[in-house]
Design a protein around this ligand. Structure first.
Ligand code: PHE
Length: 340
């Protein structure tokens, strides 16, 4: 027994773990239920009384040496870091630093952009602080149109010519002024309207508008493009319907409804029992707008559409209050980490 104890003591002294897992294995091999030291303890009960004293002492030394070694090795390994200068345990699982998730508005914007990219649209951007021409005049807004009113538009430094854009149609004007047809662009961006903040509207929100100009572009092309978008965004079962509407820059104009994806069109609280949800405005670009931007309206036709990203995101994710998108409460934002 003495030789066995000494043998094990030497083993403890010589033990050099390569990896953290080795330490646990070593502990089990010696001190576990079926370990070698444990077995010696069992055996100790049967040794002759005159040997007990000496053997007992030796056994205790062995046991505490083994324990000490295990603990010392454990703390050494846990103290090792890649930056600590020591050789790290390459088998140790890494620690993940928590990273954020994309904002739901970014997720939906990216998805809208991706859908239209598949139809050949490219992205155009423009300034948030605009002039009257690009936001209103070039778009056929009469001088007395209520959208120009102080109630709807934020003006910059009391100068009625400089304002925060109320829609991203201003980007489309910039594109038409600088590019020749065929034009196929979508314009995502932040827009500003002097409106009371409620669960349904905010003074800052995001839009994606689209513009397609070429020879022989028809209303049928518009309808088909929007149907494609609605199905990609809300699922292949989505239906659309167009209701006549009015915008100064399109003629004819329409509002687009998509079948309610929450109740499948049967009628529910979100669609107010109608089975339909309004998602965007659209129409054929008014010839006056084409001419104002230097495009020959006898040769070219085009369509335009525009939607609010918050609205699409609310419908898609069942968010009932638009203000949640601006409060940036991580408990809200965190939920969208991997939805798209
Ligand atoms: N610019 C319109 C808005 O902000 C949306 C729209 C774009 C409507 C293009 C028709 C065509 O409300």
């Amino acid at each position: 027994m003495i030789t066995k104890i000494e043998e094990l003591l030497k083993k403890v002294e010589d033990f050099k773990p390569q990896a953290q897992a080795d330490i646990e294995e070593f502990r089990i091999r010696l001190l576990g239920k079926k370990g070698e030291v444990t077995a010696l303890m069992e055996e100790f009960r049967t040794v002759a009384p005159e040997l007990k004293r000496e053997l007992g002492q030796k056994l205790n030394i062995l046991k505490s040496a083994a324990l000490e070694k295990v603990n010392a090795m454990k703390s050494e390994f846990s103290g090792r870091t890649a930056s600590g200068g020591k050789i790290d345990d390459m088998t140790r699982p890494g620690t993940n630093d928590p990273i954020g998730s994309r904002h739901p508005i970014s997720l939906v914007r990216n998805q809208i952009v991706a859908i239209f990219a598949r139809l050949g649209y490219t992205v155009a951007e423009g300034p948030e602080i605009e002039d009257d021409w690009h936001v209103f005049s070039a778009l056929n807004f009469p001088p007395d149109h209520p959208a120009r009113d102080m109630q709807d538009t934020f003006f910059v430094e009391k100068n009625p010519d400089i304002l925060l854009r109320t829609h991203t149609s201003s980007i489309q004007v910039r594109v038409m002024e600088t590019q020749k047809p065929p034009i196929r662009v979508i314009c995502p961006g932040r827009v500003f309207r002097n409106e009371a903040i409620s669960s349904r509207s905010h003074c800052i929100f995001h839009q994606v508008e689209g513009l397609y100009i070429d020879e022989n572009v028809s209303f049928a092309d518009l309808k088909q493009s929007i149907l494609y978008f609605a199905r990609e965004m809300f699922g292949q079962a989505a239906k659309i319907r167009l209701r006549p509407s009015y915008f100064p820059f399109t003629e004819p104009s329409a509002e687009v409804d998509v079948s309610c994806n929450l109740c499948g069109g049967k009628g529910c609280g979100v669609c107010k029992g109608t089975g339909w949800l309004e998602i965007m405005g659209c129409g054929m670009v008014d010839p006056n707008v084409l001419e104002a931007c230097g495009i020959d309206s006898t040769k070219y036709t085009g369509f335009a559409f525009g939607m609010g990203i918050e609205r699409i995101a609310m419908l898609k994710f069942g968010v009932r209050d638009i203000r949640l998108f601006f409060e940036n409460d991580v408990r809200f934002l965190r939920q969208f980490g991997s939805v798209l």
